[in-house]
Design a protein around this ligand. Structure first.
Ligand code: ADP
Ligand code: MG
Length: 448
């Protein structure tokens, strides 16, 4: 059997397409498989907060994913550590009274270094600016703001700064906006906002990932504004990432926007074909044998959306080939990539339905059974069956492991109601239109 590390890598690949991007980045991306013994699979994470969140929110999904991969039963435990200094005590006793884990030592992803970053015209300025702030913090660009669409290397660069400054004896604090928001809510609930804010005072380098997550969170934004000012006045180097430039984040107050724009704002563009090929070559060195150049060409041609998908496609192909013993030919690669696209389509569909009904993707596939959630779930079932001809078992699996009868019931409910309920039928039409718009923009992007 493969090692826990390898199994967890495959599990992460599968989990990545089942949870939202923000959740994946915040809670799962820096985790690792530590061991599998006596039917207990142990996953190491970087802090207590993440361990608690995963135990509370994602345990069933993680467990199911692991069982699917290993073909045997497994309980899952999330612990803080990387296996060297594993903390075996129960999570509850590791909490520190609701104060922030952000300011504590962060374990940066070992793969996200400057050395592993492929530099091209599309990211040259962002790369140079991050190297500069890592080498000379709070000296030139402060704050540094990097924006791009998803999967273009923003988080990678933040971690790379973290590695380099740590090597130079300066510990950087990293947080995703989502983690900041969750900790802020906890602190507010316990009337500990001042304590929460004070945790940031001694930070010398502050890496803040995905600020756009805060856009509709007024109070959290206000707290972030204060933290930002405290840090800035303390001469702390601040690096922030987001999915667009501050000037396009209209809901932000003009005061905060101008603070974010006060240093250097730079973007990362999607990679062109040549860059995609170079990235694949760099990644394949460890993942694939050298005679795979042809394969890499096909992947670079077909997968254009972002580097995360490029990497995902490579990991997916390698895993499928290894697990099934399939020979790698252009035909098998095409087939594998088509099935990966199908999974992306299903994910897009679930997200569109969840958004339409104001639910999270997790709620849509989870246990909630109120009227609105059930309706949303049934609409998702209907669309998966109508639009993608998905078998009932696949729909059941995509919706958190529901059985055949439940799926059929959901489908029949919507199919029969559509003819008599014009409101439902216009809602379904609206969702379909959104899905097809998103798909066509993705395809336009892919065929450039
Ligand atoms: P973002 O934060 O912009 O959504 P990430 O930093 O998470 O993107 O990048 C997604 C994946 O792609 C990561 O595994 C990262 O290592 C990889 N990646 C992105 N850009 C590059 C690059 N230029 N060179 C090497 N790897 C890259
Ligand atoms: Mg990111």
């Amino acid at each position: 059997m493969e090692s826990a590390k390898e199994i967890w890598k495959t599990a992460l690949g599968k989990l990545q397409i089942q949870v939202s991007r923000a959740n994946y980045t915040t809670w799962l991306s820096s985790s690792q498989g530590l061991s599998y013994q006596d039917n207990v699979f142990i996953v190491g994470v970087t802090n207590v907060f993440i361990a608690e969140w995963l135990s509370r929110r994602l345990c069933p999904l993680v467990r199911k994913t692991l069982v699917d991969i290993m073909g045997q039963d497994a309980d899952v435990q999330f612990v803080v550590g990387n296996g060297e200094q594993l903390s075996a005590s129960p999570l509850a006793s590791q909490t520190d009274g609701g104060t922030s884990s952000i300011a504590k030592r962060h374990r940066f992803n070992p793969k996200y270094t400057f050395d592993n970053f492929v530099v091209s015209d599309s990211n040259r300025l962002a790369y140079a600016a991050t190297v500069e702030v890592a080498e000379h913090p709070a000296n030139s660009y402060n704050p540094l703001f990097i924006h791009s669409s998803t999967g273009q290397g923003k988080t990678h660069l933040l971690h790379a700064i973290g590695h380099l400054t740590t090597k130079n004896g300066l510990q950087a604090a990293y947080t995703t906006a989502e983690q900041f928001a969750s900790e802020f809510v906890l602190a507010a609930r316990e009337n500990q906002i001042d304590t929460f804010r004070s945790k940031f005072r001694s930070i010398r380098i502050f890496l803040f990932d995905d600020v756009h997550f805060l856009i509709d969170k007024k109070q959290t934004l206000q707290c972030f504004f204060h933290v930002f000012n405290d840090l800035y006045n303390n001469n702390c180097q601040i690096v922030i990432t987001g999915d667009c430039a501050p000037k396009d984040m209209q809901p932000l107050s003009s005061k905060l926007r101008s603070r974010l724009e006060g240093g250097l704002v730079t973007d990362i563009q999607p990679p062109d074909f040549e860059t995609r090929l170079n990235i694949l070559r760099a990644k394949a060195e460890t993942a694939m044998t050298p005679d795979m150049e042809g394969v890499l060409h096909i992947v670079a041609e077909k997968v254009c959306e972002n580097v995360r998908q490029l990497e995902g496609a490579l990991v997916y192909i390698t895993a499928q080939v290894r697990l099934s013993g399939t020979k790698v030919t252009p035909q098998t690669i095409n087939k594998l990539l088509t099935s990966a696209t199908h999974q992306q389509d299903i994910k897009l569909l679930l997200r569109a339905v969840a958004d339409h009904f104001n639910l999270s993707a997790e709620e849509l596939v989870g246990k909630k059974r109120d009227r609105m959630t059930s309706l949303a779930r049934h609409v998702a079932i209907y669309l998966m069956r109508e639009g993608h001809n998905c078998p009932l078992t696949e729909i059941g699996r995509a919706l958190g492991g529901r059985n055949h009868a439940t799926i059929l019931h959901g489908y029949e409910r919507i199919a029969s109601e559509l003819s008599v309920n014009p409101d439902l039928s216009s809602q379904v039409a609206e969702i379909k239109q959104k899905i097809s718009l998103q798909k066509s923009s993705r395809q336009a992007y892919q065929t450039v």
